[in-house]
Design a protein around this ligand. Sequence first.
Ligand code: PLP
Length: 418
Amino acid sequence: MRLRQVVLLNLAASNGRRQMHPADTASRVYLDNNATTRTDPAVVAAMLPFFTEHYGNPSSPHGFGSEVAAAVALARRQVRALLGAASEQEIIFSGSGTESDSTAILSALEAQPGRDEVVTTAVEHPAVLALCQHLTKARGTVVHVVPVDERGTLDIDAYRRALGPRTAVASVMWANNETGTIFPVAELAALARAAGALFHTDAVQAAGKVDIDVQAAGIDMLSLSGHKLHAPKGIGALYVRRGVRLTPLLRGGGQERGRRAGTENVPGIVGLGRAAELAAAHLPDTATRLCALRDRLERGVLAAIGDVLVTGDPHARLPNTSNLAFAHADSDGIVTLLDRAGVACSHGSACKSGMPGPSHVLRAMRVPFEAAHGAVRFSLSRETTEADIDRALAVLPGIILRLRARPGAPAARSLQHA
Ligand code: PLP
């Protein structure tokens, strides 16, 4: 571990990139699991033979191929079980959550003549919103963007009004990546169905963290991503309910029964399957434990620091996510100083870091600017310990105090939602 850290430090230095702080890797605290998770060693162990031992192409008509095809089939069953899907044939492996989102939305538009509109929300991940913006610009697609309130709760009446005879698909995330707010997807899916539209949900942040039963919830299509649930990066899946027509995004060979061309990323698929199995097994215990850890973090912060908003819906939130908006401090400063103190977290969404100003999610929630400007996301995983939380709590008050005391820091005013 120490040796690897030295190599990483040297690499960072030789590339002229941001240097890692000198804290020992093992003693650092990782609270950025919504950005990505550590690949579980059991997942890595399941994958390894598929690089050097079982390296056949699953489409090949010989033993090398069939042993690998069997592993892919097992992974499909494992993902099916996590989602409560009726059949493993409803699971299509993809390269990422982003690819699954694109496939679902583009397919819905293409496969249903006469239905050419999309309904989505103001707080979706860019994997959905940027695609919708592109569709509007490039094809003139009408996209209805449903607002949320200051808790991040969806305006259901506006959603109902946005659905109509031209809606091809309603795409609404299961849980928000920044605040953890959970949407009532079963209710939303039923409304979409009543309007004759398909319902797609981006469950990238929900899968493995909350119970998912696609049949009970009436979901037509669901996206998930391996690296958010302790599988590697670059592997995802799309659930497509039997009977829903799918137009593939990628065409070529007949892989994935013609629904996603390209030779399968077998180690990634095997890893995703094992990770899905582990997530399902850990889910009940982990959810309870993470709620307790998240609440410990929030209680500790609120007791030690004034002018903090806990953003997101307090009644419907992922157990692992805490988005705290510190007034009169800036997220960049907080994240940087926490990193120096050995605690990794994120400002807003990692996919957008580097972009100035509060995230589109916090703006949609009308979080007051002086607080949104200092919003930080802490996201836990089943590997997070009480000691990790206490470490963050030990350094955070000093950091906020220091930032608020900086010359030019905005004067303190009491916080209220706009
Ligand atoms: N959707 C949500 C809600 C996410 O949080 C992310 C990643 O952060 C994605 C989609 C994109 O997934 P991937 O990184 O696998 O493309």
